[in-house]
Design a binder for this molecule. Structure first.
Ligand SMILES: *Cc1c(COP(=O)(O)O)cnc(C)c1O
Length: 393
């Protein structure tokens, strides 16, 4: 006989999923109701307005796609692009490459603006490419590159697109809640996120938002959206307002209880307070890492507080250290991806996991794991350095 599955106790400080707030898990265990039940419709309306709050937008078309962040990405591209269109895609890590892949699978052409992994998207290059391709339908970029720990200047990039009359598409999967995402103020036309990063929810939902300009584009398509499931024209009939609501697919009812709770928790804290909390714990973590003799991969002015890329010291075996963190401390941190595999660790400080206890715990565990591999690090300094930052808070 198979036994029920009981997951081991972990602290999730990688690139996501991040630790889920117990309040959210509790919410998800409440009884399932019908997805067209009047109470559920009310819950959907509340989720929409809470998502508008989180994205800082008045966009009517703001809802959670019933699938993880990758589906939010795909939803944006399949709805906004038609075969033969041209799209400018910025690539400075793993997720920019996935955007390019999505563009091409829509039958559109991708014009790529390339930057180094570990560097932000260069607005000067984007400006030049926009001028060379005035016929481009959209400009797409990743706000918070989870593969490298880099923040790009979303405000400047969205403004460049708007000036050319090109739609801006922003991947905010890791940025939302961790750093400022100002959808309306920055003039973003389509933005998507994920439930399991700084929202600290279980994985499996992707909040998206489309500006009126983007909705106009979707409504005036010549061809059908290639994906039935992700076609916003159809989803609007289910998530739209009023009595018109009709069955499209069965909403993940309990997952949406969880998202609602996550957004309530966010509203209680406030967005500004959440951004400040991420910054504070990031700074304390960096103080501790540097006191140990470790260095970060990303320049200070474009570091993500919620995703810290740490350079693996010369001669230290990447997988061995991560295995020891997991085995001895129950701590999960992320490995490097692509060209950064074996070169960096990715320490997440996302949402509920972004707190003093986790910062101190991670520093102590990392010091222990490194010392046991014989790495030449400075011992006994990291916690004091982190406390020093907290004392100045
Ligand atoms: C995690 C992530 C995604 C993909 O989200 P999934 O929920 O894993 O599908 C997309 N973009 C970025 C920047 C991410 O960090």
């Amino acid at each position: 006989m198979m036994q029920p599955f009981h997951p081991p106790q972990r602290t999730l400080m990688g690139p996501g999923p991040s630790d889920v707030n117990p309040r959210i898990l509790q919410a998800m265990s409440r009884p399932t109701i019908g997805h067209l039940d009047p109470s559920f419709i009310q819950l959907m309306d509340e989720i929409k307005s809470l998502l508008q709050f989180a994205f800082k937008t008045a966009n009517a078309l703001t809802l959670p796609v019933s699938a993880p962040g990758s589906a939010g990405m795909e939803a944006v591209f399949v709805n906004l692009l038609e075969p033969g269109d041209k799209a400018i895609v910025c690539q400075n890590g793993v997720f920019g490459s996935r955007m390019k892949e999505n563009v091409e699978r829509c039958g559109a052409t991708a014009v790529v603006v390339q930057d180094q992994w570990g560097e932000p998207v260069d607005p000067a290059k984007v400006e030049k490419v926009l001028a060379e391709h005035p016929d481009a339908r959209l400009l797409a970029f990743v706000h918070a590159e989870t593969s490298t720990g880099v923040r790009s200047d979303a405000q400047t990039l969205a403004a460049l697109a708007a000036r050319q009359g090109v739609l801006s598409v922003v991947d905010a999967v890791t940025s939302l809640v961790g750093i400022a995402v100002e959808t309306d103020l920055w003039g973003i036309d389509a933005v998507y996120s994920g439930s399991q990063k700084c929202l600290s929810c279980a994985p499996g939902l992707s909040p998206v938002s489309f500006s009126p300009r983007a909705v106009e584009r979707i409504r005036s398509r010549r061809t059908k959206v290639q994906s039935w499931f992700l076609d916003m024209n159809l989803i609007m009939d289910y998530w739209g307002s009023g009595a018109r609501r009709s069955y499209h697919h069965t909403a993940p009812v309990n997952a949406l209880y969880g998202l609602h709770e996550a957004l309530c928790i966010l509203a209680e804290e406030g967005l500004d307070a959440a951004w400040q909390r991420h910054r504070l714990h990031h700074e304390a973590l960096v103080c501790g890492l540097e006191a140990m003799g470790l260095a970060l991969h990303v320049a200070p002015d474009c570091r993500l507080p919620q995703l810290n890329a740490v350079i693996i010291p010369e001669g230290v075996e990447d997988a061995g250290v991560r295995a020891s963190l997991l085995r001895d401390h129950g701590l999960e941190i992320g490995a490097g991806l692509g060209v950064l595999a074996g070169k960096i660790w990715r320490i997440g400080l996302m949402g509920h996991a972004c707190n003093t206890r986790n910062v101190l715990f991670c520093l102590a565990a990392l010091e222990d794991a490194l010392a046991r591999t014989g790495a030449s690090i400075l011992r006994g300094q990291a916690l004091a350095a982190a406390h020093g930052r907290y004392a100045r808070a």
